[in-house]
Design a binder for this molecule. Structure first.
Ligand code: FES
Ligand code: FE2
Length: 393
C-alpha cells in the first residue's frame, strides 16, 4: 500500500491488526527505542522491565556495573523471568525450574540436566543497549541502525540538564484509544496549538514561526539566546523557535521561551531546583525526539519525557515521567503539582484531540487528507520515515 507524499496515510495503517504487526516487527523491532532512565537503576542489581509488543527486556544494572538489556525469556523452556515492574536482585532465578543466571545473563546453576549439558551455551539473549546522557535506549535488532550522530546530538543537548543525576518526581501512564502513529503525528506539529494549547502558546514561540510580522522579533530572540547560551557553554548549533528537524529520525534543539519565561510551568517560572550544571534559569527549553517512541522537553528545573507504547492497532499507552534534581526534596524544594501541571494540561489536550481524530479516521468515510506544507512539514517527515521503515512503499 502506497502513501501519497504530503498526505496522511490510508485508513488501514491506523486500524489494521496486520499492519500493526508489521509496525512492531519492521519499525519498533528495527529502531532504537527509549526504554527508561538511568536514574531508575542507580545501584548494581537494580532493574526495570521494559515490555514492547511481544518482547520483554530486563534492563539490569549488573553487579559488574554494566547496564544490560536481557531478554526476559528463560533459555530452558522460555518462561518469563521477571514480572513487569522494577526492583533489585543479585541473581535471576527462573520461577519454573529454578535455573539461575547471574546479572550478566550467564547461566550459573541448573539441576538434573545430565553430564553433557553445557551451561555456557545457554546465557540469556541480550538486546543492544546504550545510555545516552541518562536515557537508556535499546534495540531489538542484531543489526541496529547507526546511532552515533543521534547520540552525539542528544548528548550535547542534554548533558547540561543532568538527567543522570535526577529522580522521577512523578509518573503517569495514559491509555489512548488511537493508533500510535496518530500520537506521533500530533506531536510533530503545532498547527493545532493556537486553538488547543492556550497555556503552551502563552510561553512558547511555536505559534509565531510562520507569521511574517513576527520574523524580526524571533530572529532577535534566537540571536540573543544563542549569544547568552554560548557564553554559558551550552551547545548552540540547533537553536530555533520551534521543534523542527535536525537529524534523520531524531531531533535535538534548544528553544528560547517567550521573554520573561524560563520553565514549562503554569506561570512560566522556575518551580524546582536547577538541574545539572546550570547556575541560572534562563536556559530555554531543550527538546528532543527519537522516532518511533520518544520525546522530551527539558526546562532548567525539570524534564518531561514521554515514551510511546503501542498496545494494538487502535490502542496506545503513553508513559510520562517528570524528572527533577536527584537531591530535590518534595514539599521543601518543589511541589509535584507545580512541576507537572503544565505538561499534564498539554498532554490531556493532546490526548483528547488524538482520540477524536482516531474515531474519525476509523469511520467509513475517512480518506487520506492533505498536510499543510507550512505547518505540517514534520508530520510529512515522520510519515516518510515510517513508510521506509515499514517497508511497504
Ligand atoms: S523454564 Fe526456566 S527453568 Fe524451566
Ligand atoms: Fe499538541
Amino acid at each position: 500500500m502506497k502513501r501519497k507524499p504530503g498526505w496522511t496515510l490510508e485508513q488501514a495503517f491506523y486500524i489494521s491488526p496486520e499492519i500493526f504487526r508489521d509496525d512492531m516487527a519492521g519499525v519498533f523491532g528495527q529502531s532504537w527505542l527509549f526504554a527508561g532512565h538511568q536514574c531508575q537503576i542507580p545501584q548494581p542489581g537494580d532493574f526495570f522491565v521494559y515490555d514492547m509488543a511481544r518482547d520483554s527486556l530486563v534492563i539490569l544494572h549488573g553487579m559488574d556495573g554494566v547496564i544490560r538489556a536481557l531478554h526476559n525469556v528463560c533459555r530452558h523452556r522460555g518462561t518469563r523471568l521477571c514480572d513487569s515492574g522494577s526492583g533489585h536482585m543479585d541473581k535471576i532465578v527462573c520461577p519454573y525450574h529454578q535455573w539461575r543466571y547471574d546479572t550478566a545473563g550467564t547461566l550459573q546453576a541448573t539441576t538434573w540436566m545430565g553430564d553433557d549439558f553445557d551451561p555456557a551455551q545457554f546465557s540469556l539473549h541480550q538486546a543492544q543497549v546504550r545510555n545516552v546522557a541518562g536515557l537508556i535506549y535499546v534495540c531489538l535488532s542484531d543489526t541496529p541502525p547507526d546511532f552515533e550522530q543521534a547520540v552525539a546530538d542528544l548528548t550535547r543537548l542534554l548533558e547540561p540538564h543532568g538527567l543522570d543525576n535526577a529522580k522521577i518526581a512523578y509518573s503517569e501512564t495514559y491509555r489512548i484509544r488511537g493508533n500510535w502513529k496518530l500520537v506521533i503525528e500530533n506531536q510533530r506539529e503545532c498547527y493545532h496549538c493556537p486553538a488547543k494549547h492556550k497555556a503552551y502558546a502563552k510561553i512558547q514561540h511555536d505559534t509565531d514561526v510562520h507569521d511574517a510580522d513576527k520574523q524580526d522579533m524571533l530572529q532577535a530572540r534566537v540571536d540573543g539566546a544563542r549569544q547568552k547560551w554560548t557564553a554559558m557553554g551550552l551547545d548552540t548549533s540547533h537553536v530555533r523557535p520551534d521543534s523542527g528537524f535536525s537529524g534523520g529520525w531524531w531531533r535535538a534543539n534548544r528553544t528560547p521561551f517567550r521573554s520573561g519565561y524560563v520553565s514549562e510551568t503554569m506561570d512560566g517560572q522556575q518551580v524546582a531546583p536547577l538541574m545539572g550544571s546550570f547556575t541560572e534559569a534562563d536556559v530555554g527549553n531543550a527538546r528532543a525526539n527519537t522516532y518511533p517512541n520518544f520525546w522530551l522537553h527539558a526546562s532548567c528545573d525539570h524534564v518531561h519525557i514521554v515514551r510511546v507504547i503501542p498496545i494494538d492497532a487502535e490502542t496506545t499507552e503513553l508513559q510520562a515521567d517528570w524528572l527533577v534534581h536527584a537531591d530535590a526534596v518534595e514539599g521543601t524544594d518543589y511541589e509535584v503539582d507545580a512541576v507537572i501541571a503544565f505538561s499534564k494540561l498539554v498532554n490531556d489536550e493532546d490526548h483528547d484531540i488524538v482520540m477524536g481524530q482516531a474515531r474519525g479516521v476509523g469511520s467509513s468515510r475517512y480518506q487520506p487528507g492533505p498536510l499543510s506544507p507550512v505547518k505540517e512539514e514534520m508530520v510529512d517527515h515522520f510519515l516518510d520515515w515510517y513508510m521506509t521503515k515499514q517497508g511497504t512503499e
